[in-house]
Structures are given as C-alpha cells and as structure tokens.
Ligand binder design. Structure first.
Ligand SMILES: C=C1C[C@]23C[C@@]1(O)CC[C@H]2[C@@]12CCC[C@@](C)(C(=O)O1)[C@H]2[C@@H]3C(=O)O
Ligand SMILES: O=C(O)CCC(=O)C(=O)O
Ligand SMILES: [Fe+2]
Length: 375
C-alpha cells in the first residue's frame, strides 16, 4: 500500500518518456536500472593509460602569440584542449554554475513541470542520447535552445528573471568566444573567409546557432557501476564546456584509452564536434568523450554546443582536400545532421560519408574501404 506520510511522494518514482526517474538524493543504493556492465561495455579500453605517464590534455593560453598553431595541433592530435585567458569573466562562470545548481536542487516534481516533450529538444530530462541505452545514466540535464523564458517560468513562476538574465549573458559571451575559436581553428587549416560561409567577427559571430546543455551528476552510492553520460561525440562545430571543481569528463584517445580532463580553475574545455570533423575532411576528428560520477561530490557541467546557422551546408573545404585525396563527406546542414544523430546516434558520421573508396585518414584514395556510405 502506498505510504501516506507527508513528503512520501519523494520516494515515489516519477516517469518521463517511459522511464522511471528518481530524486537522486533519496537513493542510498544504486538501482539495477542504473547499474552498467563494467566500463568496457562501451567497446573501449577502460581507465587511463596503463602504467606509462599519461600525456595531459593540451592547455592553450589564448594570449600566446602561437595560440592558432597550438590549437591546430591539439585539434589534430586530441580533438580537444583546455583554454585559459579566454576573457570570460570568472563571475559569469560562477553565476551560470549557481543558476544550474538552483535548477537541479528543485524537487523532481517541480523540475518535471519543465520536462522535455517526447519529440522536443528543450527542457528538463535525461540526456537526449538516453534512448539508445537500456541502462539509465546517473545524471539529469536541461537543454536550452533560444530563450529559456517559458521553461524558467514553469520552474520559478514568480522568480524566473535572474535565471534568464544569466543564461542570456552566458550565451552571448559563449557565442563570441566560440566564433573566435572556430576561426582560429579554420585559420590553422589555412581556411579564410573567402573559402567558407560562416559567421565572422565583423557580424560579431551572430547568426550562428547554438544550444546550452546544463548537466548535473549527483554524488553516487556506487560510482564504479554507474555512468554519468555515455560515450558520444557532439554534433557541433565545437563545444565549450565549463565543469565545476569536480572532475569526471574523460576523452578517448587512440592507443591510450580514457583520459580524464582535470578541472582547471577558470579554464574551459573545447571539444571538436562532428561538423568540424566533416568540414576538415577528418583532419580534426571529433572527440569521443563521456562523463563519470563519484561517490561524494555533486558534479555540474555547462556545455555550449556551437554550430553554423541551421541551414548552411557544411562539407569538406576544398583547400583541405589535398591533391590525391577526395572529400569524405557529403554536404549536410546542422539541422539535417541533428536529425540523423537523433535517429542513428553513433552511425551518424558514417551515414553522411561518401562512398568514395577513400581511406578514413584524410581521404587518401584506397579501394579497400568498406564503410557505410551516404546513399
Ligand atoms: C544541439 C544539440 C546537440 C545535442 C542534441 C541537441 O539538440 C541538444 C543537446 C545536445 C546533447 C548534449 C549532451 C550530449 C548529446 C549527445 C545529447 O544527448 O544531447 C548532445 C547532442 C549532440 O551533440 O548530438
Ligand atoms: O559533463 C561533461 O563533462 C560532459 C558533458 C557533455 O559531453 C555534453 O554535454 O555534451
Ligand atoms: Fe558531449
């Protein structure tokens, strides 16, 4: 019989899109639905590099006169790096972290007022990729595209403006930084404004589209069997990630395995996404990454997912397709690619790959490739 004590609803699991959700703080043990097979189930070597010294994820100082070259090298070898001296005020990073903490601290019932619609993209809920996994992830998310006003009103009917103001200011600053970083990356490939139709500095990088993903990873009673956010690449040009002082982000590096990205006070993590992978013809590969959880600390992260204007076609820029090589990907807009990713997840990139008899490594002509091809 259901308990009728005041507050007993907290222990009543609530459902969203067919899955039971929980107020994580009430769980003293890991429910089986959140217990993953040993991490190797992601199909990759688990843990950090064996006993050899792990090479750290590159850190680039944006004031360094060699920043463009260093960024190019990091994109090619890691598909990711951290930045310092990015000129995003520390106060704003703290504000967005507090706003996110305020949101996720609300009772589950209240957060569900702003739940993501089954076919929608914005609002509260498990990470959109959850539907591809039978086990649940030890995390919750809130996705913002454009104005957060409507959802913020549902969450805090009489006190929503502070949240909206912070999100607006953060998005504005991130847009400027993302535009600058993308042009540094393109510059490192020798690509100029004449070669590509992307928002540039003269327009303040406006017109680009972007989403903001707030992620929360509560302390977990059995972290070794749980996964915060399963391994994925982002569908973006680049993603800018702010993580609070608690580590958990890991990057997959060929020949090495999973490498933890240590939180750097005031630093930001930059990931190469699938669209930059396409645009660079695979020279700057999108990075596979995941988030792990821990026993004692609540981890928060804020991802700014930056893409081109939704209907601009992205394809390998001819300058990076060297003689003797071929374009590996067909043109695709961000809106189409997001649809492909939402349906096919890990196969999305190979589904826009051209049936070119070209080798994955920069499009060297090679007749022996049997990859899935764009039809
Ligand atoms: C613009 C987007 C990228 C994203 C799907 C989305 O429509 C909004 C959320 C984004 C996110 C954040 C967490 C990881 C991810 C794979 C997911 O499930 O939702 C990404 C999506 C993506 O990059 O494909
Ligand atoms: O929380 C993290 O460290 C990773 C988040 C992430 O990968 C994402 O939001 O796309
Ligand atoms: Fe991601």
């Amino acid at each position: 019989m259901p308990a009728r004590l005041p507050g007993a609803f907290k222990f009543n699991p609530l459902r969203l899109h067919g899955k039971q959700l929980h107020d994580f703080c009430t769980l003293k043990e890991l429910p089986e639905t959140y217990a993953w097979e040993p991490v190797d189930c992601h199909g990759h070597h688990s843990g950090d590099c064996g006993t050899t010294r792990v090479e750290p994820v590159p850190v680039v100082d944006l004031y360094d006169p060699n920043a463009e070259r260093l960024i190019g090298h990091a994109c090619k070898t890691w598909g990711a790096f951290q930045i310092i001296n990015h000129e995003i005020p520390r106060r704003l990073l703290d504000d967005v972290e507090s706003a996110s903490r305020r949101l996720f601290s609300l009772p589950l019932r209240q957060k569900l007022r702003a739940a993501r619609d089954p076919d929608g993209v914005t609002g509260y809920g498990p990470a959109p990729i959850s539907s591809f996994f039978s086990k649940q992830m030890w995390s919750e998310g809130f996705t913002i595209f454009g104005s957060p006003l409507e959802h913020a009103r549902q969450l805090w009917p009489s006190n929503y403006m502070r949240f909206c103001d912070i999100i607006e200011e953060y998005s504005r600053e991130m847009q400027r930084l993302a535009g600058k970083l993308v042009w540094l990356m393109l510059g490192s490939l020798g690509i100029t404004k004449e070669d590509i139709q992307l928002p540039g500095p003269e327009a303040g990088y406006r017109e680009a589209s972007a989403a903001l993903q707030l992620n929360s990873y509560p302390a977990c009673p059995d972290p070794d069997r749980a996964v915060g956010l399963a391994a994925h690449t982002d569908s973006t040009l680049i993603t800018i990630l702010h993580q609070n002082g608690t580590g958990g982000l890991q990057l997959f590096r060929e020949g090495c395995g999973w490498v933890t990205v240590p939180p750097l006070a005031g630093g930001l993590v930059i990931n190469v996404g699938d669209l930059l992978h396409i645009l660079s013809n695979g020279l700057y590969p999108s990075v596979l990454h995941r988030a792990m959880v821990n026993r004692t600390r609540h981890r928060l992260s804020v991802a700014y997912l930056y893409g081109p204007p939704r209907d601009v076609l992205i394809s390998p820029v001819s300058k990076v397709v060297e003689p003797g090589r071929v374009p590996l990907y067909r043109p695709v807009s961000w809106s189409e690619y997001l649809g492909i990713k939402a349906k096919h997840f890990r196969n999305a990139l190979s589904l826009v790959r051209l049936c070119s008899h070209a080798h994955a490594n920069g499009g060297v002509i090679d007749a022996n490739v049997s990859d899935s091809c764009a039809r």
